[in-house]
Unconditional design. Structure first.
Length: 93
């Protein structure tokens, strides 16, 4: 079953973060991240919205692990939202 992840976060550039990370560094990369089927990114009003479709819940949670949440807390504090949910492929068809 495919899995959906929607990340909404502020745009942060490398020079603005204590560890040099950017908001895009926290997003999975197509062709590199295991199990990522597609990624669509849009920036609206200084906020990144990344919609990612994964092969499975396992792959999504492998990327969005405890280490990811720790880095997100340092980079964005409480100014981000991550929604993870299963895609009901029967309802889509």
């Amino acid at each position: 079953m495919r899995y959906l992840a929607i990340l909404e976060c502020p745009v942060v550039f490398g020079g603005e973060s204590p560890n040099g990370m950017t908001s895009m560094d926290m997003c999975p990369s197509a062709g590199i991240t295991r199990g990522l089927i597609s990624r669509h990114v849009k920036v609206i009003d200084s906020r990144v919205i990344a919609v990612c479709i994964w092969q499975s819940e396992f792959c999504a949670k492998l990327f969005f692990d405890a280490d990811w949440y720790e880095k997100a807390g340092v980079l964005w504090g409480d100014r981000y939202q991550l929604r993870l949910e299963a895609i009901d492929e029967a309802a889509v068809a």
